[in-house]
Design a binder for this molecule. Structure first.
Ligand code: PXG
Length: 442
């Protein structure tokens, strides 16, 4: 008997799905076969309102013409160009356009293919920068509890989600973590940034006192923690982190894989919070999620520190086969055109008050123990079912999907982050559907 799997197209066994309950999924598959603007079409022909911009990435909505056309044209013109020692015009054009919308002083970008790669690239830039500056004793990287920085070894090491770490050995050495900023006893049901918790940034001083600043290269945080269940920075917290890093010569990295490209109502969280890091990591919204691509933004000071030595020598021993891939670059340009022409990088600021009001109107639903929001992000935390953590939120996800709404869950938290093109009517539809799910005994 052959031990090959049946590989007919509708056999689901061969594909080991990422971050998925594979057995549950394959018993009850949920497949999308089409998408347009705010809606997905399912394999059984239903429309599903996208409450999560795919996985926080489809910021301009689905199948947008400028992006689709840009990809189509590029695929017929120049499909691939080697990324090392050679180039093609669109990668440079995109870098210039990205620098134009980036926070002032972020003048250079290094391309990657995902958020995880952006994070590992940023950590490597930080370590190498300290070394080229003559501060090679700075080898430590500091992350934060409940932080998510992707799933490669660097990002996992500075990340703080135990279930993502515990299976994978010793990870990077020389990493420490600050405490997370989630204080539900004080801040539950806060609209926007919480009042309490700025002092948690001072824990960085404690870590510096323990290890000595001369051993610390960089601190990495998400300005708004997404994957861990939407943790909004307390007022003054990010400013305080910046001050402590500056005081001790530590680089500050903002992981903007989720907050980049308009999610909060400014192009980047850096501008929204008016706190300047030294390095910014991005991916997702850079190409509207359509083609994998990430970019790490650095200041001229960091970039220029590498530009020494003989000119024929490679300055930074890092890069990917697909860094600045032509089709990804074209998708990025089509995406930036769409954002510009439709004002999407600031649209969340206009919608945020309406979004906030509608989101918090769910506070009276059963089992809701906290609601949090910022920009076009929302989170609803549910009381876990006794002895069955994560099940209540997963039930909500399944019920929402059946009722024509896509939500995202992590633990017992529902996270919402719709495409930035959402209308007020669609916001109403989203929260009407979600209310029905929540009151319906999940
Ligand atoms: N950093 C941050 C802050 C992220 O949110 C990554 C890095 C990794 O990106 P890649 O492209 O390697 O996946 C992320 C990814 C969710 C969810 O539902 C969040 C992410 C990915 C998938 C699901 O919260 N964030």
């Amino acid at each position: 008997m052959s031990n090959r799997l049946n590989t007919t197209p509708n056999d689901l066994r061969a594909f080991w799905m990422p971050f998925t309950a594979n057995r549950q999924f394959k018993k009850e598959p949920r497949l999308f076969v089409g998408a347009k603007d705010m809606y997905y079409t399912t394999h059984d022909g239903r429309q599903v309102l996208d409450g999560t911009a795919g996985l926080w990435c489809v910021n301009a909505g689905h199948c947008r013409p400028k992006i689709t056309e840009a990809i189509r044209e590029q695929a017929g013109e120049l499909d691939y160009a080697p990324a090392f020692q050679l180039g093609h015009p669109k990668a440079f054009e995109l870098a210039n356009r990205l620098v134009d919308i980036a926070p002032e002083g972020m003048n250079h970008v290094f391309y990657t293919n995902s958020g995880s790669e952006s994070v590992d690239t940023a950590l490597k830039i930080a370590l190498a920068y300290q070394r080229v500056k003559g501060e090679g004793s700075r080898f430590r990287l500091i992350g934060r509890e409940r932080g998510y920085h992707g799933i490669n070894f660097g990002g996992m090491s500075v990340g703080g989600i135990v279930s993502n770490r515990k299976m994978f050995g010793t990870l990077l050495t020389g990493v420490d973590h600050m405490p997370h900023t989630h204080l539900p006893a004080k801040n539950a049901f806060t609209k926007g940034q919480p009042e309490y918790g700025a002092e948690l940034a001072d824990e960085l001083e404690r870590i510096v006192a323990l290890h000595d600043a001369s051993t610390i290269a960089a601190v990495i945080v998400e300005p708004v923690a997404g994957s861990t269940g939407v943790l909004i920075p307390p007022k003054g917290y990010l400013q305080r982190l910046r001050e402590i890093c500056t005081k001790h010569g530590i680089l500050l990295i903002f992981d903007e894989v989720i907050t980049g490209f308009g999610r909060l109502g400014a192009p980047f969280a850096t501008q929204f919070f008016d706190v300047k890091p030294d390095i910014i990591t991005t991916a997702k919204g850079l190409t509207n999620g359509v083609i994998p691509m990430g970019a790490v933004f650095v200041t001229s000071e960091i970039h220029d520190a590498f530009m020494t030595g003989p000119e024929h020598m490679i300055e930074f021993m890092h890069g990917y086969t697909y860094s600045g891939n032509p089709i990804a670059s074209a998708a990025g340009l089509g995406t930036l055109d769409t954002y510009r022409d439709e004002g999407l990088l600031t649209r969340a600021a206009e919608l945020a008050p309406y979004w906030e009001e509608k989101l918090h109107s769910l506070a009276d639903c059963p089992n809701v123990i906290d609601i949090r929001n910022i920009g076009l992000i929302g989170a609803i935390e549910l009381a876990p079912i006794a002895g069955e953590p994560t099940k209540r939120a997963f039930n909500a996800f399944l019920k929402a999907y059946e009722s024509g709404l896509l939500i995202r869950t992590t633990g017992d938290i529902i996270a919402l982050s719709p495409p930035l093109i959402i209308t007020k009517d669609e916001i109403d539809e989203l929260f009407d559907k979600l209310r029905k799910v929540l009151v319906n005994n999940i």
